[in-house]
Unconditional design. Sequence first.
Length: 182
Amino acid sequence: MIPPPPPPRPPRKKQHLLLTLAILAGVFLIIGVINNAISKSSPEAQATPTTDIVQATDTPLATATLDTSIPTDTPAPTAAPAKWTTTQRFSGTGDKQTGVFTVPADWKIMWSCDATHNYGVEGVLAVYIYNSDGSPADDGNVDGTCTANKVTTDNTEEHQSGDVYLKVLASVPWTVQIQEFQ
């Protein structure tokens, strides 16, 4: 004979669900009590007047003032970094004299000469600097050789200020730019 099957057990899911809900309710109750205790002890809560307490005094309350002696961090305006900027540009074929122009204490002559159509022969380029009164300026003159069948470029930095003009002597087409560090 086979013994009868055991009686069915009640489902455990309901017991676990009820236990879980009871635990969650307890956790929320504890969190609420803690938040209430914290808010009652915080300085903001103590400084806020309530309608239950009415206080009348003849003593004026202290007021806060802004201390302007404390420096504040204000960002300094940022300027664009200085770079070489072309202020004058001259070009031509052969010899030429420029008009008078003003240069600062530090400036640069950027030059190029084009011997690509010079039938395989080198070209020459010379740039002489003169003061506005006609006297020769600094020894920073350009004496360049223009490579045959190429465009040659170079520069020379100058260190004298004032009103100057240039005399350009060239056997090939050329370009001269005056640059200032701005």
